[in-house]
Structure formats: structure tokens, C-alpha cells
Design a protein around this ligand. Structure first.
Ligand code: SAM
Length: 225
């Protein structure tokens, strides 16, 4: 899979790709990450990428040309299944969207900043608008990283035990069951006996039952879906 991220502050995006599962996935060539500085696509000498909003209003707006130049160049080189704009007024990110995107070959993620991007970028190029929640951040870089992380961990080979991703919360609309590690007894707080029994069928039934119970208690809305 190839992910191209367009940003006005690209240095914010580097670090998370240098450690842990994301770095390993890049090293194993499971995913390619290409970060683009929108200033490199500005045509004027000042490398201007933002301007005042027509009709007034306080903030600046990311201009159409640098973003269009970058997306046009990328789309001439290969086909992209998704051109995603990270935005608080987009569709709220869910595990099923992550699953869907993890099946795609090439995606572009556009990070907004200031008041956002010129609406015409959204009208002309963007085919998915994604929010990471009902709150407003200063830019789309952290949301883009959230999206990348949630997709890359699903790619086959990213995690040493890929079945882990399938038993995570929200797969099958259930929350994950409780988990434990050593010691089996911490000051009288004991790990449930069943997990120490070695009976894999009973353990798997117990986990399923616990997942249902937890979902009923914490997120009953998921069971209705
Ligand atoms: N004026 C915009 C509004 O009211 O919807 C908010 C702009 S915000 C300050 C700047 C950029 O941060 C957005 O264009 C978007 O790329 C990103 N952003 C902020 N909150 C976000 C969220 N919850 N989900 C995804 N992106 C977000």
C-alpha cells in the first residue's frame, strides 16, 4: 500500500513512522509513506500557501493551487482509490472505514490548517472526508497520523500476530475482553482461573462472553448495529 500525505507542516508527521509497528511495516515494504510539503508546490517566490478568506472572517485558508498541483502530479503518476480530507465536519472515523481503507492500494491524505482548505479542493478532488471526533484541532496532521496508524496495523504482516487485529475492539461490533499477564496473583487480585486452565475451547468461550458483557455495559449501542 502507498499513502501520500499533503501537509503545510510536514515535520509534524515524521516521528511516528520511525518507531514500532509503523517503522517495521515501512522496512518490510508493506507500506510506503510519502510526505509532501505543500510549499514545494507553491508557484510564487514567497512559497505562499495560504490567503485571506473571501467574505471576511478571522482566519487564513489553504489556497487551491499548491494542493491542486500536488494532487494532479500524484494522480498523473498512479491511480488513487481515495483522496481523503481530514476535517472535523467529515464522517467520524470507525473501524469499518479503517478496514475498508486497508484494502486499497494508493491513498492521498490532505491535512488542513488555519480555517481549513478552499472549498473547491473538496469539491473537485476529495472523495472522502474523515473526522477523528467532534472536537477541533489546529491542523490535520495528528488526525492523518491517527488514520495511518489505524490502517497500517491492519495490513497483513504489519503485526507479528495478525490475528490480534481481528480480536480488537470494534471488529464485529464488540469491545475486546479483559486481558491479563503475569503475575497471576497480585496482592490477592487474581487472574480468572479459566485463563490458567489451558482449555482453549473454554478460554475462547469465556473471552467471547466477556466481550459481550463489556459491550453491553459500556457501549450497548454497538450491539444494535
Ligand atoms: N474551521 C474549521 C471548522 O470549523 O470545521 C476547523 C479548521 S481546523 C482549525 C484546521 C484543520 O485541522 C482542519 O482543516 C482539519 O484538517 C484539521 N482538523 C481539526 N480537527 C479535526 C478533526 N476533529 N478531525 C479531522 N481533522 C481535523
Amino acid at each position: 500500500m502507498r499513502i501520500d500525505i499533503l501537509s503545510s507542516l510536514p515535520h509534524l508527521l515524521n516521528e511516528p513512522f520511525t518507531t514500532s509497528i509503523l517503522a517495521k511495516a515501512i522496512k518490510k515494504k508493506i507500506v510506503e509513506i510519502h510526505i509532501h510539503d505543500l510549499r514545494d508546490y507553491a508557484k510564487n517566490n514567497k512559497k505562499q500557501i495560504d490567503d485571506y478568506s473571501y467574505g471576511g472572517g478571522g482566519g487564513m485558508v489553504l489556497m487551491i493551487e499548491p494542493i491542486a498541483n500536488c494532487i494532479n502530479k500524484l494522480q498523473q503518476e498512479r491511480e488513487y482509490q481515495s483522496v481523503i480530507f481530514m476535517t472535523p465536519d467529515g464522517k467520524k472515523l470507525t473501524q469499518s472505514t479503517c478496514n475498508e481503507l486497508s484494502q486499497q492500494r494508493n491513498i492521498i491524505i490532505l491535512c488542513g490548517r488555519y480555517e481549513g482548505v478552499d472549498q473547491r479542493i473538496r469539491d473537485i478532488f476529495v472523495n472522502k472526508e474523515i473526522s477523528i471526533g467532534d472536537y477541533v484541532l489546529t491542523g490535520g496532521e495528528l488526525p492523518a497520523l491517527v488514520l495511518c496508524d489505524s490502517i497500517i496495523r491492519l495490513l497483513p504482516g504489519s503485526m507479528s500476530n495478525s490475528s490480534c487485529a481481528l480480536s480488537d475492539s470494534f471488529q464485529d461490533n464488540l469491545l475486546a475482553p479483559p486481558i491479563y499477564t503475569r503475575p497471576s496473583d497480585f496482592k490477592g487480585h487474581k487472574v480468572p482461573d479459566i485463563l490458567l486452565s489451558g482449555d482453549t475451547t473454554k478460554i475462547s468461550d469465556w473471552k467471547e462472553e466477556q466481550a459481550y458483557k463489556k459491550t453491553e455495559q459500556k457501549r450497548p449501542d454497538l450491539l444494535d448495529q
